[in-house]
Design a protein around this ligand. Structure first.
Ligand code: MN
Length: 286
């Protein structure tokens, strides 16, 4: 362990969140873990959806053509296959442990459609806000296969660094302004993991297998824990009470106004009207 990994005053849990069962796209069943009412609290993150089902009816319709403007979407596919196509000419197959990072910027129209008719489809979609100055930037897109994601085997812990830095390892994606940290942790029963983190960064974990504890408080499976921003805290310390898998997500808040209308997230209502007008007149992608 290097000194970077030492955490002497770990964060406490502020609140446990169960998420809201809902559906989106053409009827894909999912759990909205990070809902709109938590956008200020978890700034710069706007949404986290968890999907997981082995019933084809729950996912088969997928997400046909729809627009986005003003933020980034990060899709992490744990199991299953999904085809992505967008108006910038990008196409990719997202599968088994792969990540798709899409910066919508001034606008894309895309579809996300299953390429399987049976079996398990499981994964997450995270929405990361863009700073006001970056909302109208050109769209950007990258696919990372599971093997392309930086991984590290620690005692009892398998770490994947999707974004940010952990244990001296740079993640697949870095963002200067929001400094997102996005880790997937597979922990054996009894193992521990520490991650230094500035106290002002907003942070949460989502447990998708097993059960973990932070500062003596336990987080059961399928719960999100919002971590307190105690100014004296210097990081996160996680202990697995059983074999567990979880996401640890953190970022530097933008502290800018958030105005969301469906797939558009801007700073003012006027910018939202403009996004709708641009979409309706075919100019969103121009
Ligand atoms: Mn989308």
């Amino acid at each position: 362990m290097n000194s970077e990994s030492t955490v002497s005053s770990p964060r406490r849990i502020e609140r446990l969140i169960s998420g809201l069962p809902t559906s989106d796209g053409a009827g894909v069943k999912l759990t909205r873990v990070l809902t709109q009412d938590l956008q200020q609290r978890l700034d710069p993150f706007l949404m986290l959806d968890a999907f997981g089902s082995d019933q084809a009816d729950d996912y088969i319709a997928g997400f046909p053509d729809h627009p986005h403007r003003g933020f980034e979407t990060v899709t992490y596919m744990i199991a299953g296959r999904m085809r992505h196509r967008d108006s910038a000419g990008n196409e990719g197959l997202l599968e088994n442990g792969g990540v798709q990072w899409m910066t919508a910027g001034r606008g894309v129209i895309h579809s996300e459609l299953p390429e399987q008719e049976e079996g398990l489809m499981e994964g997450f979609q995270l929405w990361l806000n863009l700073p006001a100055a970056g909302k109208m930037q050109p769209p950007w897109y990258r696919d990372f296969k599971a093997a392309d994601l930086p991984q590290l085997q620690l005692p009892g812990v398998n770490l994947t660094v999707i974004a940010g830095q952990s244990q001296g390892l740079a993640g697949a994606v870095q963002r200067e302004r929001t400094e997102p940290l996005y880790l997937d942790l597979h922990m054996s029963a009894g193992s521990r993991f520490s991650q230094p983190l500035p106290a002002s960064h907003n942070a949460f974990i989502y447990v998708y297998r097993g059960q973990v504890s932070l500062a003596g408080q336990s987080v059961p499976v399928q719960k999100m824990a919002i971590l307190a921003n105690d100014p004296a805290s210097d990081g996160v310390q996680i202990e697995a009470s059983q074999d567990s898998r979880l996401l640890l997500i953190a970022g530097r808040p933008l502290r800018e106004p958030i105005v969301q209308y469906g797939p558009f997230v801007m700073n003012t209502k006027q910018e939202i009207y403009q996004a709708v007008t641009d979409f309706q007149s075919g100019k969103l992608v121009a």
